[in-house]
Design a protein around this ligand. Structure first.
Ligand SMILES: [Zn+2]
Length: 102
């Protein structure tokens, strides 16, 4: 015979554990999102500095920088000033980014 109060207590503990796990997943998701944004901002900054060095040495290299920005945008990150380096939502098209790339 199943002890109903024991089953109920187990379900209550499981519910609490699931709530804790859900909160941890949310925190990890936020951390990953922030890390990806920071990483992309650093990549963009690095690309910008490299492009600036290249421009000083050879002004015709501007096209290379646009190709690099397009690649980062295609990987799912903003390259516009407003949302610089942040993750694009699934299927999101940013007009500001597209203006930078055009
Ligand atoms: Zn953008």
């Amino acid at each position: 015979m199943v002890d109903k109060s024991e089953v109920l207590a187990t379900l209550n503990r499981l519910e609490i554990d699931l709530a804790d796990t859900y909160a941890i997943v949310g925190t990890m998701k936020d951390f990953l999102n922030d890390t990806l944004t920071e990483n992309t901002q650093l990549r963009l900054e690095n690309d910008r500095l490299r492009a600036r060095l290249d421009e000083l040495e050879n002004p015709s290299k501007v096209v290379d920088r646009l190709v690099s920005l397009q690649k980062i945008y295609d990987e799912g990150f903003h390259v516009c000033r407003t949302y610089y380096g942040k993750v694009l939502e699934d299927g999101e098209n940013c007009l500001l980014c597209q203006e930078v790339l055009s």
